[in-house]
Design a protein around this ligand. Structure first.
Ligand code: WT7
Length: 651
């Protein structure tokens, strides 16, 4: 139980001290004992020697084929970890468990939306991964080749990722909610040789036809030579002979053994696309060994993962949260995880609580958007279920407002589960700013940089500041740090390393309080956070402009009660085209088709011009201020100041 009674705690000054159970028995405490470190302050201090710290962590968590010569090599902005070692993350995630007492331990508890259940042990995973890896090899997929994965939340998604990694191929997973166009663009960028998908999958009682979308995408992606299709729903699909292969057929006669490729520790593991400030998503590169130790240690400490835990990260594997904390880290730790295919309100609004009760989940990791959704459904739904198995809760993706934090704490955690508000990014690979279960918590703050990592808030001059808004920066490399942007080293240097010398710019406006706790306030750049997912303003603008009737568009985010932010688009139509309700709907659907439902504008307004600088840059800040009824500030640098009034008169 928390040592303070929450009813007497006051507004933002609320502090939730850790319970005795956590103080005495956590993994981090055990590590401190083993390293003869007495206090938590001493741990942070000792870990300032981050090279030593991550070397110790690797000793405990990883098994290399051949040892490394150096923990880290830092030639800003390029980093290498465990230099000289031979390694493969699949050895730690699957192979070693299949040869240990965990062989018959359940790795994945899968529940489909219709209620079908499958449990895969580490040995099952080992066999499935090997068979698929052999099938990929048979199709000519080699080390270094890229494989696109377009799958829903079924066990075959982690299996496909692991099979690629096993043979040294690089996977690029695209969220199954993204459109065919978005999938195609990513496959074109990474020049995928093969694609793994399924016939269709369940979402809110309906089937989503992923194979059809795949066909549409790859007809314009000539690098893709083969498609492996998992049969999920048994729906009829179109078929291209010699290109398409059923998963169950191509793996049927494959050997249950497949040697794991002994890679360089810094070989790429995957590319994952994320939105930036241009219309073109960036292919973030992650590598094997550093990423492995960074994800595994942070999960072990922050969520205090033990062998007895039933862990549920309810994110989608299509985003980095799922890559790191559904697939790689839990498997490296030999954990048992839940994977759920479908919607949270199907068939009823208590589906999640029902799942937690039935499997006795002990850890739940989700987003503030989901918490707010459940708040809206009402507290009677969780009350119907026994949630007493839960011991830890987590939050990620966007700042959690204290109201949602308190609701989660009371109604799901029953005031006994600490909430781990983890700040990190696709680029960081793993948690950077996050409490440990022994950290006093303040609702709405992700607390401090974890041991072995270092964050600061810099003002415009690059000076560290306290109690003032500024730029969140990370001041030295960390093991899961991105290794670049695929085919675009300049963009990598420009985006993250050019603002302050040798310091990583995260892109978040942040404040650090008197206790050194960080309060993330939101993105500093033109990137929207919709339900915790990143969408570039310019991506939505490009999608709109790709419609033949649209001349120009400007997209801004507005605060949204549920999703954190909503999308508002201002559209200039081509000469002679008249605004209409039908056109509004057409354009909304068009964006949905180009990018996916998640990027669908909530509002579309027609205007005759949008405010721009003389160099033609759309002034989104000015538009946003006007749209929100705030002071627009100095507009003298605008090429067309009269366009600001247009925003107010939009139809
Ligand atoms: C951006 C990264 C990391 C997995 C999910 C999102 C925001 C993330 C938090 C948090 C406040 C957060 C930041 C960050 N963000 N976690 N706990 N508190 N903001 O990954 O799509 O790469 O987005 O998400 O703005 O920069 P992503």
């Amino acid at each position: 139980m928390p040592s303070e009674n929450i009813s007497v705690l006051l507004d933002e000054k609320r502090v939730f001290k850790p319970s005795k159970e956590f103080v005495d028995q956590t993994n981090v405490k055990q590590w401190m004992d083993e390293h003869k470190i007495k206090t938590i302050d001493d741990l942070y201090k000792k870990a300032e020697n981050w090279e030593w710290f991550w070397g110790e962590a690797a000793k405990e968590l990883l098994e290399f084929y051949t040892p490394y010569k150096k923990v880290v090599e830092w030639n800003a902005p390029w980093v290498k970890w465990f230099v000289g070692a031979k390694y493969n993350i699949v050895h730690d995630a699957v192979d070693k468990h299949a040869k240990s007492w965990r062989k018959n331990k359940v790795a994945i508890i899968f529940e489909g939306e219709p209620g079908d259940v499958r449990k895969l042990t580490y040995n099952d995973l080992y066999i499935e991964v090997n068979k698929l890896a052999n099938a990929l090899k048979k199709l000519g997929v080699n080390k270094g080749d890229r494989v696109g994965i377009y799958l829903p939340m079924i066990p075959e998604l982690p299996i496909a990722m692991l099979a690629c990694a096993k043979i040294g191929a690089i996977h690029s997973v695209v969220f199954s909610g993204f459109s065919a166009v978005a999938f195609r663009d990513r496959m074109l960028d990474c020049e995928a040789k093969a694609v793994i998908t399924c016939d269709s999958f369940w979402r809110r009682g309906k089937k989503v036809p992923l194979k059809t979308q795949t066909d549409e995408a790859i007809k314009d992606a000539p690098s893709v030579k083969n498609v492996i299709v998992y049969k999920r729903t048994n729906d009829p699909v179109n078929w291209t002979n010699n290109r398409d292969f059923w998963w169950h057929e191509i793996t049927k006669d494959m050997s249950k053994e497949c040697p794991t490729e002994q890679l360089d520790a810094n070989d790429p593991l995957y590319f994952l696309y994320t939105s930036g400030t241009t219309g073109k998503p960036k292919g973030i590169i992650h590598a094997h060994a550093g990423y492995a130790v960074g994800t595994a240690l942070t999960l072990k400490w922050v969520f205090d993962m033990k062998d007895e835990d039933i862990y549920w990260c309810a994110a989608d594997v299509g985003w980095v949260t799922g890559h790191s904390y559904i697939v790689y880290a839990p498997l490296i730790l030999g954990a048992t995880s839940i994977i759920y295919e479908g919607a949270p309100d199907w068939p009823q609004q208590d589906r999640w609580w029902d799942i937690i009760e039935r499997y006795g989940a002990t850890i739940l990791y989700t987003s503030p958007t989901s918490v707010r959704l459940f708040m809206r459904f009402g507290e009677d739904w969780p009350k119907k279920h026994d949630l007493s198995s839960l011991r830890l809760l987590g939050s990620v993706g966007e700042p959690i407002n204290p109201e949602a934090w308190m609701w989660y704490y009371r109604n799901i955690g029953h005031e006994k589960c600490p909430i781990m508000d983890t700040w990190w990014q696709t680029e960081t690979g793993h948690f950077v700013i996050s409490p440990l279960p022994i950290t006093p918590l303040k609702p709405g703050s992700a607390t401090k940089a974890l041991p072995g990592m270092s964050a600061e808030v810099y003002n415009e001059e690059g000076k560290a500041v306290q109690n003032a808004g500024g730029n969140l920066v990370l001041t030295h490399p960390w093991p899961g740090m991105l290794r670049g942007i695929y085919k675009n080293p300049d963009r990598y240097e420009q985006t993250y390393w050019s603002r302050f010398k040798n310091v990583y710019l995260a892109g978040d406006v942040t404040r650090k309080d008197d206790d050194g706790y960080f309060w993330i306030q939101g993105r500093a750049d033109d990137v929207l956070k919709i339900s915790g997912h990143r969408i570039g303003n310019s991506e939505v603008e490009s999608a709109l402009v790709s419609h033949p009737m649209v001349a120009e568009s400007a997209v801004i985010g507005k605060p949204h009660e549920l999703k954190g932010e909503s999308i508002t688009a201002y559209v200039v139509l081509k000469k002679g085209i008249q605004p209409s309700e039908d056109l509004r709907k057409t354009l909304t659907d068009h964006v949905s088709k180009e990018l996916g439902k998640i990027a669908k504008p909530d509002e579309i307004w027609f205007v005759s011009d949008v405010p721009k600088t003389r160099s033609g840059k759309i002034m989104r800040r000015v538009i946003r201020a006007k749209a929100m009824g705030q002071d627009v500030g100095d507009t003298s640098t605008l090429a067309n100041p009269e366009a600001v009034d247009e925003i107010g008169k939009a139809v």
